[in-house]
Design a binder for this molecule. Sequence first.
Ligand code: MOS
Length: 741
Amino acid sequence: MATDYIGKPKNRIEGRDKVTGAAKYAAEFHEPDLLHGVVVSGAIAKGRIKNINTSKALELDGVVQVFTHENTPSLAWLDLSYKDMDAPPGDPFRPLHSDEIQFNMQPVALVVAKSLELAKYASHLVEVEYEEKEHDTKLIDNLEKSEKGIGLRAGFEPPKSIGDFEKAFDSAEVKLDLEYFHGAEHHNPMEMHASTVIYEEDGNLTIYDKTQGVLNSRHYVSMVFGISRKKIKVLSPYVGGAFGSCLRPQYQLFMAVLAATQLKRSVKVELTRPQMFSFGHRPITIQNLKIGASPDGRLKAIHHSAYSETSRFEKYIENIVNWSAKLYNCDNIEEKYRVVPLDMYTPLDMRAPGGATGVYALESAMDELAYKLKIDPLELRLKNYTEEDKSQGKPFSSKTLKECYRQAAERFGWENRNPEPGSMKEGHQLIGWGMATGIWDALQMPARAKAVLTADGKLEVGSATADIGTGTYTIMAQIAAETLGIPFENVTAKLGDSSLPFALIEGGSATAASVGSAVKSACLKVAKKLLKEAGKLKNSPFKGADLEDVIFADAKITDKKNAAWSISISEVMKKREIDKIKKKYALIPNMLKQNKYGRNTHSAVFAEVKVDEDLGTIKVTRVVSAIDGGKILNHKTAHSQILGGVVWGISMALEEDSFMDHNFGRFINHDLAEYHIAINADMPDIDILFVEEEDHIVSSVGAKGIGEIGLVGVAAAIGNAVYHATGRRIRELPITLDKAM
Ligand code: MOS
């Protein structure tokens, strides 16, 4: 059919606007008399503000106000039960709430001025005197102060042990006991966090916010400032990079709304690049893997435990240790997870939070086991392949991992590998081939959507979700166009607007399965209504027909059995004198059905590295990644999505590392000159395949969601390749040349 769009490699609807600059981001909205706010960051990790002197800043002509904890109205944070949609257990950080300093670079003042330059200059004139207390930011020194890493956080599970690890490990013939470590990472999206608050005469607020959830931001503003939701509109039509960084409302939103409501003026606050290092990071973890196996490579026992950082005020929880019982056929698995409260800001979700780091350790350990047993690493995985999620004793809703392994290995040429480390050489370059598996959750969340068909043949679909560059606009339009059988060009997708139907924060790789299915169902309701109206026409063959009896395609309704029975959609609307059909759908995942299955995406990642034997420089030269992500809704945007995941994985494996200077309790490499991110010149040939299987348990559109899976497993595959190249096992990320030498 000419109107079959699902799966097709459609260009992003908003692509042109983005590359031509027509797409505006949160800090790019202007209006006359807009005020600019600049945040003053604190200089100590713990203690209190003894004195804050704003008079020099206020003396400047054009500085309108300086907000500090001393003049912030007590109205803010009235309701202490407030939590955002992505909040871990604990109390959220409250900017300018008191004189207490809880972490370094904590915002201590907001300078508001007529121009950005003036606000910046004035921000340096704010004098702060502190009373310092002793801080502690070292994970390794405080393991005995750790707390159980379980609590209430949506989408995050407590560890699930099965069988009897101790006994099985004791009796295993082959044993490994390994420790893994990785540094902290910070979000560095191109677009820095910003909020532009337009203050209207009647006190209504229109807020352009960098967020993955307009409703989350609206709820925050409503709860914190005691403003009715009806008076607040939050918009985020475009998001310049997110992946967890803007799941939670960040302090620039608080600052901008505070200033706007106090001054009754429109205000913009944009954080600086160094301030992007002040509100959460992928936490350092120390992980222990103990694996017991038989000499022929059957897994007998796995222990996976982790310690990770959190703040003193929130208990940040991830799924770090929860993967081995979902990934391997082993009957005795012990999972332990503890968090250590420290004097830092609460860690923040970063693409595949917990999975990216936990699976790194697990898949590195599996590689070590393969070498110890002298079994091919791929063969070892296949030997322990599981058709059920052992952590729950349930089958998978779908799983094509075996085929992912096969296709990716073939594409990579894995069979030509010489297993001996250091054996494959090209001049001074040691060549290493490594592989690893990835796994992530395939979730569906509640979501609402609307669909409005007008007599001119145009369809609008909408939901208050976000498109963080992943292609959400485009897949919404593809699903809508195909479901109603109308041309793609006639569909408009709306999102990033708090007045649209409810959607949760865009995260957890759940948007396609959730919002995509809601859009489909809303369109099916429109189709049903159209069919009913078609049945009312004179001598209609569609009288009493069901949706199953007909096809919606090529802008027509056609009987499945008799193609001659066909009528155009526009004719139905015209003859029945209908201007508009508007339908809404509220998707509530069928948990009774879903809970009978393990629901996961998987990947098989193969990597080649070249390590200079004299200099230790490491270059990733090839990556093949095969993805089990259910039905792929758009092969172009999905390909880009996985490509981005692999790029991120290379960056994670070799480059990214936030250094905390524990003397100050502060991250010191807080700009892009010193916080290294992989760039184009670091990128190899990246080959991506999808092994599709429609998963109608996870979603009616058959998709499992691929936002995060592209990253999981990549760092382990690279680390394993470095071992194969050099014979050096580096159990620490990033793998920098000093460690590889
Ligand atoms: Mo993702 S870390 O759920 O944006």
